[in-house]
Ligand binder design. Structure first.
Ligand code: FES
Length: 69
């Protein structure tokens, strides 16, 4: 994953093509996204080469596990 400084925080990119950070994906999940498609429709992540979709699915799964734990 790539790192970038955005404001005072270190941003970790999940999707390089669309410059979408892990925090943006988490915000999208917190707002109710339940699938990679919903995250793509909201943030654009996964809309180009799609190599990030597995990472997005892993974040979704981890969030789901934390929510049910
Ligand atoms: S890295 Fe996400 S679409 Fe290419």
């Amino acid at each position: 994953m790539l790192f970038s400084l955005r404001g005072p925080f270190l941003a970790m990119y999940v999707c390089v093509c669309r410059a979408v950070t892990e925090n943006e994906v988490h915000d999208c999940i917190a707002a109710g996204a339940k699938s990679a498609r919903q995250i793509r429709d909201t943030t654009g992540a996964g809309g180009d080469c799609a190599s990030c979709v597995r990472k997005i699915c892993a974040i979704l799964k981890r969030s789901e596990e934390l929510a049910t734990a």
